[in-house]
Write a protein that binds this ligand. Structure first.
Ligand code: SF4
Length: 369
């Protein structure tokens, strides 16, 4: 089944590390933007697409008011064939959710929240340019729990400039005290065009070296494992049964429809990405990019993405079913090299990355591209 992604490109302020499609101070355009989302949704009504996940991401979807969210969600439910047990996620940022809003999220139909905690150290949050403190995150989490959310994901960031093992460990333990069902961990990379890039050039911050980066990642993997979370994807951890059904679709190469500015879609071999400019999107859902994926690229993508799933890995049967040829015939060198150096494990019906390869996954995965 297909997944539906809805991009909400509004934020209260731009974080210093952010290179996502998100605009501060444009919230006044949110009504018009939601109308455009409804129109785009209606353009799918004849296609009879069945979907079992809906994901409102951003940006900061939680800064929309509930009438706006409800309008868009209802349009999706009305124009797609949505399964009754669909996973319906909203990304939220602490500082943008009130008690009433948390309850309304539930009433509208969201059943999962992904909360952008990032760190529980106020100094780090301030450097990141986040709008909230650690206490705001804890309060927001409590509001969501009290509203009845039984599936909450928290984001945790590592390799933040100035972060050390002590502060990472403190953030991890404060996060674990909240006992979320799901945790996404991201290593900070300083991206082009962000305020962090300028701060780096001015010598105001330093970027973590490879060793420290790998040490922090290893620390997180071990700590979350000891706390009972399963690392089902290189950067994602969950209690049993709470893996993100929506994100798994990306790694398995399933279809997805992206609605909104900068949203990407994959329908069979067709790929298209809307322009990031909100005004252009609202005029005509203009695409920046649209192409058909070649068979060769599709095979590389299958390996590159599915090997990120640490347990499911790259299924030999699924590969043959999709492409009519075996993994070994298409990638003989990469398979030979990485099974003999112990980075790739042949589990009979699938290939998976060896745990020691998690830290250097790009080294292995790039051989399939
Ligand atoms: S809240 Fe998220 S999307 Fe918005 S500016 Fe910060 S990192 Fe970017």
């Amino acid at each position: 089944m297909t997944g539906i992604y809805v991009h909400i490109p509004f934020c209260l302020q731009k974080c210093n590390y952010c290179d996502f499609c998100s605009y501060p101070s444009m919230l006044s355009r949110a009504y018009t933007y939601c109308d455009a989302l409804v129109r785009e949704t209606e353009s799918y009504c004849d296609k009879k697409i069945s979907a079992d996940t809906i994901y409102f991401g951003g940006g900061t979807p939680s800064i929309l008011n509930c009438a706006q969210l409800e309008k868009v969600l209802n349009a999706i439910i009305g124009n797609f064939d949505i399964s009754p047990n669909a996973e319906i996620t909203i990304e939220a940022n602490p500082g943008t959710v009130t008690k009433e809003k948390a309850k309304d999220f539930k009433t509208i139909g969201f059943n999962r929240v992904s909360l952008g905690a990032q760190s529980f150290c106020d100094k780090e949050l301030s450097l990141l340019g986040r709008i909230h403190t650690a206490d705001d995150t804890k309060n927001c989490y409590e509001l969501l729990r009290n509203a009845g959310f039984e599936n909450i994901s928290l984001d945790l960031m590592y390799a933040i400039p100035g972060q050390n093992m002590l502060s990472l460990s403190s953030s991890a333990s404060q996060l674990l005290n909240l006992a979320p069902e799901h945790i996404s961990c991201y290593g900070l990379k300083i991206e082009e065009g962000t305020p962090f890039e300028q701060m780096l050039e001015r010598g105001e911050i330093t970027e973590k070296g490879d060793d420290e980066y790998a040490d922090m990642y290893a620390f997180i993997c071990n700590t979350l494992k000891e706390a009972g979370y399963s690392q089902y994807e290189l950067s994602n951890f969950a209690k049993k049964g709470f893996e993100s059904r929506h994100n798994i679709k990306y790694w398995l190469g399933d279809d997805y429809v992206g609605l909104g500015a900068a949203a990407a879609s994959k329908l069979g071999s067709n790929r298209f990405t809307h322009c990031a400019d909100i005004e252009d999107y609202m005029k005509n859902f203009k695409n920046d990019e649209s192409y058909e994926l070649s068979n060769e690229d599709a095979m590389s993508e299958f390996m590159f993405l599915s090997l990120r799933l640490t347990q499911a890995g790259a299924s030999k049967e699924e590969f043959e079913k999709r492409f009519g040829i075996s993994i070994e015939k298409v990638f003989p060198k990469a398979i030979r090299k990485h099974t003999s150096n112990g980075m790739l494990l042949d589990e009979g019906d699938r290939y998976i990355l060896a745990p020691k390869a998690y830290y250097i996954s790009n080294y292995v995965l790039s051989d399939f591209v």
